[in-house]
Design a protein around this ligand. Structure first.
Ligand SMILES: Nc1ncnc2c1ncn2[C@@H]1O[C@H](COP(=O)(O)OP(=O)(O)OP(=O)(O)O)[C@@H](O)[C@H]1O
Ligand SMILES: [Mg+2]
Ligand SMILES: [Zn+2]
Length: 249
């Protein structure tokens, strides 16, 4: 030790600084004062702050996604394979984010919406991706209502749908008019195709004429060729079969 550093040591000793204590969380040495104030060491404090910021970010992503709160803890292993065809569950599990989304189609009550919510939740939780979940029949009704009330919300959602990284369009083609498809859905799907943004659709409308869900038509019949063609280009079809909810006692 140089005489200067010896002198510094002596000064510090005279200041009567309390000895370091070990952090109760990670056991590394930290100044007693710091541990008294924060309850743990500086390293643990930085970690805690980072975690808090991540939680805040997740909460905002969740809120903005408009996913129902029931979907918050929804994972693929909460898909009962007795109720939804396991192949469809597996195909959804294997989907990876990219320009080609998914078109989940099949009869009512077989778990299409539930699957789309599993997918959306996974993107938020695992990849902190921005997601927007839109139930189209409701949005259509809200938009009609807004002409009377002047509410800007439906328009805001339709505009957000153009550039959100992952969009879920729940129940496309049923419960809303073909005109709504042409005037509102078409520009969204077109913009997303151009930007390579993923869209997940659920529908009762079948992908092809060969295999039509009883009581429902095809995508093309209900939405017109222009919308149908773009939907087909933007997604891979997964036919979802299973046992509808109301059949189970
Ligand atoms: N595999 C499953 N495991 C557990 N619950 C399921 C499963 N499939 C569906 N359900 C439940 O059954 C109900 C209907 O499912 P869901 O809404 O996903 O059907 P859907 O295929 O979207 O029907 P629709 O065509 O009428 O929109 C929901 O409450 C859903 O959570
Ligand atoms: Mg549904
Ligand atoms: Zn620590």
């Amino acid at each position: 030790l140089t005489p200067a550093s010896l002198e510094i040591k002596r000064i510090i000793a005279r200041m009567n600084i309390p000895a370091d204590v070990s952090c109760p969380k990670c056991m590394t040495a930290e100044s007693a004062r710091y541990v008294e104030v924060h309850g743990h060491c500086e390293h643990c404090e930085k970690k805690a702050q980072k975690e808090a910021a991540q939680m805040e970010n997740l909460a905002a992503l969740w809120h903005n996604s408009r996913l129902p709160s029931a979907a918050k803890g929804l994972r693929f292993d909460h898909m009962d394979p007795e109720r939804t065809d396991p192949t469809a569950i597996q195909d959804c599990r294997e989907w990876e984010y990219g320009p080609r989304g998914l078109y989940l189609w099949g009869a009512t009550g077989v778990g299409k919406t539930r699957l789309s919510q599993c997918l959306a939740r996974r993107e938020i939780v695992n990849y902190t991706r921005r997601v927007l979940f839109l139930g189209l029949p409701q949005l259509f009704a809200d938009l009609k209502e807004s002409f009377r009330t002047g509410s800007p919300e439906p328009r805001r959602l339709l505009s957000a749908a153009r550039d959100v990284p992952l969009l879920v369009l729940d129940d496309i083609g049923v419960g809303h008019s073909p005109e709504f498809g042409e005037s509102e859905i078409l520009p969204i799907v077109t913009a997303r195709l151009d930007e390579g943004l993923a869209t997940i659709y659920t529908s009762n409308l079948s992908w092809s004429r060969k295999n039509v869900v009883q009581g429902f038509g095809t995508l093309e019949e209900k939405l017109g060729a222009r919308v149908a063609q773009r939907v087909v280009h933007s997604a891979t079809a997964i036919q979802v079969t299973g046992q509808a909810n109301w059949l189970i006692k």
